[in-house]
Design a protein around this ligand. Structure first.
Ligand code: ROI
Length: 148
């Protein structure tokens, strides 16, 4: 069993509903249990500003899946939410990213762990801090408190 952290984000089609539904869908997957969900944060868009504010959250999960099977499982949920992967940095109905997976570092074409943007993004760091603590170590980067 590994502990992993997932970020959830949405700025289209009732974002709060999208996030709560995604949370339930993740929890219903075989071989995954969600142990914590952060508060839902309303955040200004990073990237193009001519889009709605986002709702962001981070979930702590426990899973027996491999990282790539976890990615596929999350992508199936994104697809159910009609996520269109067309516009880079554009609005999205649901974005589910693997932030961290135990102490693993991985760099493949499809998946980089820790998530490469993690320490640059307040909309991820703040909810991640909420479900961990000031002494939490981000694999490869060091203490979370250095970045907040
Ligand atoms: N901005 C915020 N605030 N939250 C997000 O989840 C988010 N996701 C993205 C981009 C478009 C980079 N900006 C974001 O993919």
């Amino acid at each position: 069993m590994e502990t992993a952290f997932i970020s959830l984000g949405s700025n289209l089609n009732h974002p709060i509903k999208q996030i709560l539904e995604a949370y339930n869908q993740i929890n219903e997957l075989d071989n995954i249990t969600v142990s914590k969900l952060s508060s839902l944060y309303k955040t200004k868009p990073v990237g193009p500003q001519n889009q709605n504010d986002f709702i962001n959250a981070v979930a702590t999960i426990k899973t027996k899946l491999t990282p790539i099977d976890l990615l596929y499982a999350l992508q199936r949920i994104e697809t159910k939410h009609k996520r269109k992967r067309s516009i880079k940095w554009g609005p999205r109905s649901l974005d589910l990213d693997i932030l961290l997976f135990g102490k693993l570092t991985l760099n493949t074409r499809d998946l980089t762990i820790p998530h490469p943007e993690l320490v640059k993004r307040e909309f991820v760091l703040i909810p991640l801090l909420e479900v961990t603590n000031q002494d939490f170590t981000i694999t490869k980067y060091g203490k979370i408190s250095k970045y907040i």
